[in-house]
Design a protein around this ligand. Structure first.
Ligand SMILES: [Zn+2]
Length: 256
């Protein structure tokens, strides 16, 4: 991915600056500034899933030729961090509105909530993997341990629904080379987003709704969180307003 180009660029830049310091009398701190600059890009590459820095993620809703011909404006509603009691409320709203969505599930939360996963499946929504542990320590592990964590979540999803999930959403949208290796060996597809609602930190339902509606575009994958009460509160109006804009609801990945 872009990380490889970044490495080549870094080597060339550092060689250039090093030669300047050694032969042309540049101040030594130019090397430090260059290193900090490169480190900054590296950190941004880790934090921004849309950069496709370490691995390729599907960030926007793929359009079929049929949809291109008919001018359809699909968006994908994606809900992270369930299953949760509020997931049932989200499912009720989606059912009432006749809308399909995608749920990225945290493995360790499944025990005792298998019925919620069953309902997600039975009502035609898509289920994805959002790690078993879902914590910051996930990213400090070697690829082998990351793979074990992701597999553990897949096993829980399969035990609850009989489904094998092959889509994965990185927690917090963070990626790194070990995650790229782990997903590659599991042949799983990373799914990002194009519109981050920041519903986990939102306080004002009206402001949250307006922000999403102001920024939403055709083919957007919208990141929401089903455990958030504020998300449940705005969901009926969000769906109604998206329908008014002529938008339809699909999945964030191409379906076979
Ligand atoms: Zn999450």
């Amino acid at each position: 991915m872009r990380f490889k180009y970044f490495l080549v660029f870094s080597i060339i830049l550092l060689a250039h600056v090093g030669a300047g310091v050694w032969y042309s009398g540049y101040a030594w701190w130019w090397t430090l500034i260059t290193l900090l600059f490169l480190l900054g890009i590296l950190v941004l590459g880790c934090m921004n899933i849309r950069w496709n820095f370490f691995l390729r993620s599907t960030n926007r809703v793929p359009l079929s030729i049929q949809q291109l011909r008919t001018g359809t404006k699909p968006v994908a509603l994606t809900f992270d961090d369930g299953p949760h009691e509020n997931t049932l409320k989200v499912l009720d709203i989606l059912k009432a509105e006749g809308v399909q969505a995608t749920f990225f599930i945290i493995g360790h939360q499944i025990a005792g909530k298998e019925h919620i996963l069953q309902r997600i499946k039975d009502e035609g929504h898509l289920i994805g993997n959002h790690t078993y542990a879902h914590n910051g320590a996930f990213y400090w592990q070697p690829a082998r341990q990351m793979k074990e964590d992701i597999l553990r979540c897949n096993e829980q999803i399969k035990a609850a629904t009989g489904l094998s999930s092959n889509i994965f959403r990185p927690p917090f949208g963070v990626t790194n080379p070990n995650l790229a290796k782990a997903l590659d060996s599991l042949e799983m597809q990373s799914v990002g987003w194009t519109l981050r609602s920041l519903d986990t930190v939102a306080k004002d339902p009206g402001a949250l709704l307006n922000k999403i509606l102001k920024n939403v575009r055709s083919n957007n994958t919208i990141l929401l969180h089903d455990p958030c009460a504020i998300t449940v509160d705005i969901l009926p109006e969000l769906i109604a307003k998206l329908k008014e804009k002529g938008m339809t609801f699909g999945f964030p990945v191409a379906m076979a």
